[in-house]
Design a binder for this molecule. Structure first.
Ligand code: GDP
Length: 527
């Protein structure tokens, strides 16, 4: 393999969590270890505190300036780590789902007090679709959390994931004394540390040593011995292959804000987390080690600053070497393009790069050529598959308030849907334009952006739909008949695929039962 060395030193991942579990805090600690930042407090949360457009706009404006925070690249022990940021707000979950198509593994943060929460469940569903390897970080052990055995059980049951504890906590809350590393067989006593090079562990290879009693007290030492015996009996040693196949998730306990338990996780992460792997395309499997470059766009970031109306397309490199100023083939447009200012994302600064390898994310300046899922190659025609579009949850009719601006509105809607901000459906027969989003906030964003960027005023009228299902059938006539019969509930998506808009779960189930020759899909491939 020509680029073996480069590929094998890269780990590309995302941290996912329910808002407030500690994703931002953990990100910051990881950057601290990577030497990418020197002080705590340097990473700003991209959280939307209130459910308000103004908040979102403000954040987007800031992000436009420091788009570098979308991807953070840093080195730790000779490993080059690409950490992809995901928005915390649930209204932007689609953006997160797509980012998950560009990573090779994830770290899932769970709040030890709240356990498994809504967003955790949904994000894990997406990970399961792709068998993404997961490491779990149970955070906030300095607070009185749930009983740790109960917590593990809850996570296993709710997330349908087998867990494998790598460290084990001694108490929680005020009584939290530290973690025992089950693999390295050492003890780390709880201290709030802000330094990256803190390595104060106490080797205790045999838990019956009296040193343990000295360090944590007799009662807790006894409890730890009992716990560990139980864990060893149940779990044994970690099977790394099971982890790599997404079947088993190693678990670490800690406190991100105190930088405690983070290093244990990071050390394991760089040891076991997958390096970039081969990927499926519409034509064949692309081997990560191929000499020829290929990559796909998973995210498009619009700059909302009116002075800089450019967009940045985020491309994941899948094989070969991407080079600045070299011509590449844009498969969908059948057009050769080159990029004179590709960005890399070394923490906190945007740097123009000369080349990038599999696993890397490159930011490409875009004037409207890209949409989510676009593939770039050295000439071959294929698309990377497995980039899903999920059924939206809120549907509204788009009403044009200014007939003079119809063209601008259509262009605006087309570009915003290319960016993945929302999905557009056109009702059969009626030509009604229906916008589907995951959250209310996105409608406000669309309205704002259509006006600001395209000068088009629009309104939304709520529609009584609850889900969009993509339809397929081996029997084209049956499908056509269904669509004709259900005209009020039928539409096509932007690529002309037929979609059924269900009013309620009851209607949907009835249709599924009544139409055994038609398949109803809750997500569709971008291509
Ligand atoms: P995010 O929404 O997942 O990015 O969460 P943040 O990283 O912004 O953290 C949410 C809140 O939890 C903040 O106030 C953090 O200071 C706090 N927090 C993070 N980690 C810990 C921890 O280990 N212990 C405690 N007590 N609080 C924490």
């Amino acid at each position: 393999m020509k680029y073996e060395k480069e590929i094998n030193r890269r780990k590309t991942f995302a941290i996912i969590s329910h808002p407030d579990a500690g994703k931002t805090t953990l990100t910051e600690k990881l950057l601290l270890f990577g030497g990418a930042i020197q002080t705590a407090g340097a990473v700003k949360s991209n959280k939307i505190k209130k459910h308000a457009t103004s908040d979102f706009m403000e954040i987007e404006r800031q992000r436009g300036i420091s788009v570098a925070t979308s991807v953070m690249t840093f080195e730790y022990n000779d490993t080059l780590i690409n950490l992809l940021d995901t928005p915390g707000h649930k209204d932007f979950a689609e953006d997160t789902y797509r980012t998950l198509t560009a990573v090779d593994s994830v770290i899932l943060v769970i709040d030890s007090v709240n356990g498994v929460e809504d967003q955790t469940r949904r994000l894990m569903e997406v990970c399961r679709m792709r068998d993404t390897p997961v490491i779990v970080f149970i955070n906030k052990m300095d607070r009185d959390g749930k009983n740790r055995f109960d917590l593990l059980e809850e996570i296993e049951a709710e997330l349908k994931l087998s867990l494998h504890p790598m460290t084990w906590p001694i108490n929680s809350g005020k009584e939290f004394k530290g973690v025992y590393n089950l693999d390295a067989k050492n003890l780390r006593l709880f201290t709030a540390s802000t330094k990256a090079d803190d390595d104060d562990t106490i080797a205790i290879s045999d838990l019956s040593e009296s040193l343990l009693d000295e360090k944590v007290g007799e009662r807790d030492a006894e409890q730890l011995r009992e716990d560990v015996e139980l864990i060893d009996g149940v779990y044994g040693a970690l099977n790394v292959n099971d982890y790599l196949q997404g079947k088993v998730a190693p678990v670490f306990f800690g406190s991100a804000v105190n930088n405690f338990g983070v290093k244990e996780m990071l050390d394991t992460f760089i040891h076991i987390a997958p390096v970039p792997r081969s990927r499926e395309t519409s034509a064949r499997t692309v081997d990560v080690g191929e000499d020829k470059f290929s990559g796909f766009i998973f995210k498009i970031h619009a700059n909302l600053d009116p002075k800089h109306r450019d967009r940045i397309a985020f491309m994941r490199v899948c094989s070969g070497k991407f080079e600045r100023n070299k011509y590449y083939h844009h498969v969908r447009l059948d057009k050769d393009m080159r990029f004179s200012n590709p960005y890399s994302f070394m923490a906190r600064s945007k740097d123009i790069i000369e080349d990038a390898y599999a696993g890397d994310v490159v930011g490409l300046f875009d004037t409207g050529n890209f949409k989510i899922g676009d593939t770039l190659t050295e000439g071959e025609d294929f698309y990377f598959t497995g980039i899903p579009t999920f059924s939206p949850e809120i549907f509204k009719e788009l009403v044009n308030k200014d007939p003079m601006k119809t063209k601008q509105m259509e262009k605006g809607v087309s570009q915003l849907t290319d960016e993945g901000v929302a999905q557009l459906f056109t009702q059969f027969g009626g030509n009604k334009k229906i916008i589907g989003c995951v959250g209310e906030l996105q409608f406000e964003v669309i309205q704002y952006r259509l006006l600001q960027e395209y000068g088009a005023a629009c309104e939304f009228r709520t529609l009584p739909f609850y889900k969009a299902c993509w339809l397929t059938s081996k029997d084209q006539k049956k499908l056509d008949d269904f669509l004709r019969f259900k005209q009020q509930n039928s539409a096509e998506d932007k690529d002309g695929n037929p979609v059924y808009l269900a009013q309620s779960e009851w209607f949907l189930n009835t249709e599924i039962t009544n139409n055994p020759d038609i398949q109803f899909h809750f997500s569709s491939e971008v291509h």
